[in-house]
Write a protein that binds this ligand. Structure first.
Ligand SMILES: *[C@@H]1O[C@H](CO)[C@@H](O)[C@H](O)[C@H]1NC(C)=O
Ligand SMILES: *[C@@H]1O[C@H](CO)[C@@H](O)[C@H](O)[C@H]1NC(C)=O
Length: 493
């Protein structure tokens, strides 16, 4: 099967009619790529220190908070999840009691409820009815110096929000104590945080963000890294980018300009060191998965039909810009769309339009991600109708309960059996190609030895041999950093 795929891959490459476009004929197989994650699309867990200069860095956009009235010992709750009053009568907290922050600045915020309205001042008390935040939906979070999670919420009228009774929450309180029986005092519980590009740029704000991001782009990936990658047997890089790159140097706030220049440098270094570039649209406007790496503001996944045209425009921009770069190997239309929020129909429509947009400029490969949570084969017949298309699957022995109880050997067996057989199914289907665009040697074993990691990585290199991309090149967590894994002899290519 490997041989058939291999021959087909080569045929596809060498049978392209000549044109003025770069021909990409020298693509070396198998593709051994590494993801330049956290470079042009921020993911806080990969370098937490990047956020250290932000005031109230635990209160970024999308942070999910719950407020417990110390007087009533009950949680604030948006009745029905939104659309009506805010009350203070819940003994425990889940969805309706959880508010997502939109950060106005370091101490002023909007609170978005379950059904997406914003908490604000109404004539009958505090309510969650407005679909857009204005001054009357803006609150200052005043933190107690001795206990930062003890807070009071000051409304736009200058007065504090208070749990007057379990069914009446108003913003009419002028007191200033921090006593438990003060109706304006709340314990704030942070239940989830996001640390993506939106969070870091809006967190630093318009004065500081441009320099912080520029310094990061200049230092995180340099020419020396391309030298290291090529010297150690890597043939390509997969570079996650965000939709705002198409509007460089003046992307919509809070994003800042400069990532396009950085991407251009990567192409230059790739050419110099004989490597290929996969440009991966990792973050699309309105978010295809709600994750911080999709550029989401508050974690709601909202990408759909109405976003297709603007997303195709980003692809068209990238294809037009890099068509003459000999190192351009592929453009990936969208990273990790998640089912069922992203529907098969909307994604197929987008993939067709995105493919056409690439083809107007270049014969580079077009990469389609499968939908997380759906059958990885669902785009096979569609892909077969197109030319030079690759399906991208991401394989992590993580993020799912089934892996938590596996021994090291069971993890390795899983690669040789389950992953291998899924890859064969994908590859055998009439010449469609498959890329394991993300994988890592980390797995759900805290007790694994160096040798365990070596064996687990080796198994994956064996099975993903047709084409793969390690996540990532650099990462604060060592096993996720291919650079660290190579330098410490865990992985040899
Ligand atoms: C933060 O925003 C509020 C509300 O718009 C404003 O009153 C305040 O001056 C701002 N503070 C800073 C430090 O910019
Ligand atoms: C491959 O294509 C042939 C002819 O188009 C078709 O009959 C066959 O079912 C296809 N095989 C797979 C695995 O899709």
């Amino acid at each position: 099967m490997t041989y058939v795929a291999f021959v087909l891959f080569f045929c596809l490459i060498s049978c392209v009619p000549s044109s003025s476009h770069a021909q990409h004929t020298d693509l070396k197989l198998p593709l051994k790529a590494v993801n330049l994650g956290n470079w042009l699309v921020t993911e806080g867990w990969m370098k937490p220190s990047l956020f250290n200069g932000i005031t109230n860095k635990d209160l970024l956009d999308g942070t999910q908070v719950q407020f417990l009235s110390t007087k009533l010992n009950k949680y604030l709750s948006s009745e029905n999840g939104g659309g009506t009053a805010v009350v203070a009568n819940r003994p425990s907290a889940s969805g309706w009691e959880t508010l997502r922050l939109w950060r106005v600045n370091e101490s002023y915020f909007n609170f978005r409820v379950f059904k997406k309205q914003f908490v604000g001042l109404g004539s009958q008390g505090v309510e969650a009815v407005s679909n857009t935040p204005t001054d009357s939906q803006t609150f200052e979070i005043v933190r107690n110096d001795a206990d930062l999670n003890r807070v009071r919420l000051k409304a736009a009228n200058g007065l504090f929000l208070q749990a007057q009774s379990e069914t009446l929450v108003t913003a009419h309180y002028a007191g200033s104590s921090w006593d438990d029986n003060d109706p304006s005092v709340f314990k704030m519980k942070i239940v989830k945080s996001l640390q993506g590009e939106f969070q870091i740029t809006n967190g630093y704000g318009p004065d500081k963000a441009p320099k912080v991001m520029q310094d990061h782009w200049n230092s995180y990936i340099t020419e020396e890294d391309f030298n290291f990658m090529s010297a150690n047997g890597l043939t390509s890089v997969r570079i996650p980018v965000g939709w705002w790159i198409a509007q460089d140097p003046n992307p919509p706030k809070p994003f800042v300009g400069g990532s396009l220049q950085a991407l251009g440098r990567a192409f230059t270094w790739a050419e110099k060191y004989g490597m290929k570039v996969i440009v991966d649209l990792h973050a699309v406007k309105a978010s295809q998965n709600g994750n911080e790496h999709s550029g989401a503001r508050d974690g709601y996944q909202e990408w759909g039909d109405s976003n297709i045209d603007e997303t195709v425009a980003v692809i068209e921009f990238l294809a037009a810009r890099y068509t003459r770069r000999p190192s351009l190997a592929a453009i990936e239309l969208m990273n990790e769309p998640v089912a069922p929020g992203v529907t098969f129909d909307a994604l197929t429509k987008y993939y067709k339009a995105g493919y056409d947009a690439v083809r107007r400029h270049t014969n580079a490969y077009v990469i389609l991600s499968d939908r997380l949570g759906a059958d990885s084969k669902e785009f096979l017949s569609f892909a077969r109708s197109l030319d030079r298309v690759v399906i991208d699957v991401h394989y992590y022995n993580l993020f799912s309960k089934e892996f938590n109880s596996m021994t090291v050997q069971q993890n390795i067996d899983f690669i040789y059996h389950e992953r291998s057989s899924e890859l064969s199914t994908l590859t055998s289907a009439n010449g469609s190609l498959v890329l394991v665009g993300e994988w890592t040697a980390e797995f759900a074993r805290n007790d694994a030895s160096e040798e365990d990691y070596q064996r687990f990585a080796r198994a994956q290199l064996d099975v993903y041999g047709r084409g793969w991309g390690y996540w990532a090149y650099k990462c604060a967590q060592n096993h996720w950093s291919l650079k660290w894994m190579i330098e410490n002899n865990y992985i040899k290519l």
